[in-house]
Design a protein around this ligand. Structure first.
Ligand SMILES: [Zn+2]
Length: 310
């Protein structure tokens, strides 16, 4: 076969799919398992072959301040060479792996825009669709699609209810944090579901699935101070309850109109709770188009009322 000029992708998803295909061919030939994806090997091998003038020559842990997850840095010694670093003060292997994917995303997509490198904080890495810089969102999308390709992810979750057990399975299979697995699941599920990250008794941030968001259920965790509902597993942290199995709360705990199944784990992110909330299949009411704004307001107001805030 003659050498064909390679057309390289431009989008985060395109890059991830391209690398997944390259990797899959290699794994098929050598009889290797597809998952978890070995990001370090890909970063070094792929960059060396496709960008020989700008290879990634170093991937390693480094002790950084707690707020950093990782960074992509040009070599101070050899022009053109790059290094990927993850914070080895963070013990979760899943987080480290996701960070490697994230930094590889920066390399593929942003190294020419940021020749001085990119440093990434925990916040940037987790919060996909927030107001945070587009570059961060792109690196997250890349990492998510590289580590958890949709073809396989769909097979894993097909027909299953959202549960912590399923998220644990996904986290193990792909070697990512539970949070990353839940966010991925939320992005494709047709269930009405939400992740809530709690910290110090308050909602740090949350994300609704599209279906739940469409029924106007979400929390503005970042813009407003919202207390965790006092009856929630996240707030109670009662070790006598099997919080992974979860509790089906009556109305007026998480939502004044709906019962909500809450499953909570106490996270590898220190002092944080990760709650997976599953709402009933159908929303209890569908506000008309006219009062769309009111609908949003109501959900929020109601919630703050029940959480004891005004
Ligand atoms: Zn980043």
């Amino acid at each position: 076969m003659g050498q064909k000029e390679i057309r390289l992708p431009a989008s985060p998803e395109g890059w991830a799919i391209h690398l997944s295909n390259v990797l899959k061919k290699f794994q098929d030939i050598h009889g290797l398992d597809r998952f978890p994806v070995d990001v370090t090997a890909i970063a070094q091998e792929y960059s060396k072959q496709v960008f020989p003038d700008e290879p990634i020559t170093l991937v390693q842990g480094q002790t950084m301040s707690k707020k950093f997850e990782g960074m992509l840095m040009p070599s101070p010694h050899k022009k053109g060479e790059w290094g990927i670093f993850y914070n080895d003060a963070i013990s979760s292997k899943g987080r480290q792996n996701y960070t490697l994917g994230h930094e590889l995303g920066h390399y593929l997509l942003h190294r020419h825009k940021s020749p001085e490198g990119v440093q990434c904080t925990s916040r940037d890495m987790l919060d996909w669709k927030s107001e945070y810089a587009q570059m961060e969102a792109q690196a997250n999308t890349f990492s998510s699609f590289l580590l958890m390709p949709l073809d396989d992810f769909r097979v894993q979750v097909n027909g299953l209810k959202g549960s912590m057990e399923l998220m644990q399975h996904l986290s193990d299979r792909y070697d990512v944090s539970i949070t990353a697995a839940i966010l991925k699941w939320l992005s494709i599920t047709d269930q009405r579901a939400m992740i809530v990250i709690g910290k110090d008794g308050f909602i740090d941030w949350s994300r609704s699935s599209d279906k739940l968001f469409a029924s106007r259920v979400f929390f503005k965790g970042r813009q407003e101070t919202i207390e965790l509902p006092p009856q929630s597993l996240a707030a109670r942290q009662d070790m006598l309850i099997d919080s992974v199995e979860g509790v089906k709360h009556p109305k007026n705990v998480w939502n004044d109109k709906e019962e909500v199944h809450e499953m909570t784990i106490f996270s590898d992110y220190h002092d944080m709770t990760i709650s997976l909330l599953i709402y009933p299949k159908h929303a209890p009411y569908q506000p008309s188009e006219d009062d769309e704004e009111d609908g949003l307001e109501d959900t929020y107001t109601r919630f703050t009322k029940f959480s004891g805030l005004r």
